[in-house]
Design a protein around this ligand. Structure first.
Ligand SMILES: NC(=O)c1ccc[n+]([C@@H]2O[C@H](COP(=O)([O-])OP(=O)(O)OC[C@H]3O[C@@H](n4cnc5c(N)ncnc54)[C@H](OP(=O)(O)O)[C@@H]3O)[C@@H](O)[C@H]2O)c1
Length: 252
């Protein structure tokens, strides 16, 4: 039987590939036979990811995604070297813990830029003629913070709520071009981002968050599996959806 998650002959660009969920997604894609274009700012850490991939034909393309207006032109150049892209995963993201009393519009804009504006810029770049293969799949990384409230994460929640909304709008707009657009909404996943948040909480707060995840805290691979499902033939009839991957966090 053929593997329905097989990604052989597909080239997939993964942002945030220097760490956490993006890095693990890149690894899984390579294990499923795909070629990966690894994107983040830190070239050294991208090279670490590259060394951990299976197969060959992968590339490192360092880029600062906060330069949102430059993304489409940059992506066109990348595709000249990599060949047409079958998939795009926006795993890059930032989180700034700021209660309302200290939240500034500069921080709000900083978070929106990397989490939301870059997602739109990347999708805009991806759908360009010659960049995207005849059919494509875009997977954006949202968060359960788009669905439930938590103190101190206003900017982050705004950016992720917007990701859910643009996922639907982009799915409708790009369906005639045979591009599917979906997002995953993870709960708490053990990565550097989560560790930073964890370090600012006391023991009771950590225990409370942990206990809300009925299946325990997540691992990057749990999210990578969901992303691979949305990239592959398994999701050929799925677009515009928010796939919650949260160990039961939002179940009650
Ligand atoms: N961990 C969780 O609990 C959790 C839960 C829900 C959703 N998420 C979402 O999952 C995604 C990945 O999070 P993570 O936990 O894996 O975080 P992480 O370990 O902190 O990784 C974040 C990645 O984003 C990249 N990045 C940040 N700013 C960038 C920029 N301006 N240009 C290019 N790359 C940039 C970083 O690379 P460089 O520093 O090298 O640029 C890094 O590779 C994010 O969208 C996050 O919001 C995480």
């Amino acid at each position: 039987m053929t593997n329905p998650l097989d990604l052989t002959e597909q080239t997939i660009l993964v942002t945030g590939a220097s760490s956490g969920i993006g890095r693990e997604t890149a690894r899984l894609i390579s294990q499923l036979g795909g070629r990966v274009v690894l994107v983040a700012r830190n070239e050294e850490r991208l090279s670490d990811t590259l060394r951990s991939l299976e197969g060959d034909g992968h590339r490192v393309e360092p880029f600062d995604l906060s330069l949102t207006d430059e993304i489409p032109i940059w992506l066109k150049k990348v595709s000249v070297s990599s060949g047409p892209l079958s998939g795009l995963v926006h795993g890059a993201g930032i989180q700034r813990l700021r209660p309302l009393r200290v939240l500034t519009s500069a921080v709000l804009q900083e978070v929106m830029r990397t989490n939301l504006d870059a997602a739109v810029g990347l999708t805009k770049g991806f759908r360009q003629k010659g960049v995207c293969a005849p059919s494509g799949s875009v997977v954006l990384v949202s968060s359960v913070m788009s669905l439930v409230g938590q103190a101190g994460v206003i900017a982050y929640a705004a950016s992720k709520g917007a990701i859910n909304a643009v996922t639907r709008a982009l799915a409708v707009e790009l369906a005639p071009e045979h591009i599917r657009v979906n997002c995953v909404a993870p709960g708490y996943v053990q990565t550097e981002m989560a560790a930073n948040l964890w370090s600012s909480l006391n023991q009771d707060q950590c225990s409370a968050i942990e206990s809300m995840h009925l299946l325990g805290l997540g691992k990057p691979r749990d999210v990578a599996h969901a992303v691979a499902f949305l990239l592959a033939e398994t999701a050929r009839w799925i677009t515009g959806t928010v796939l919650v991957v949260d160990g039961g966090y939002t179940a009650r």
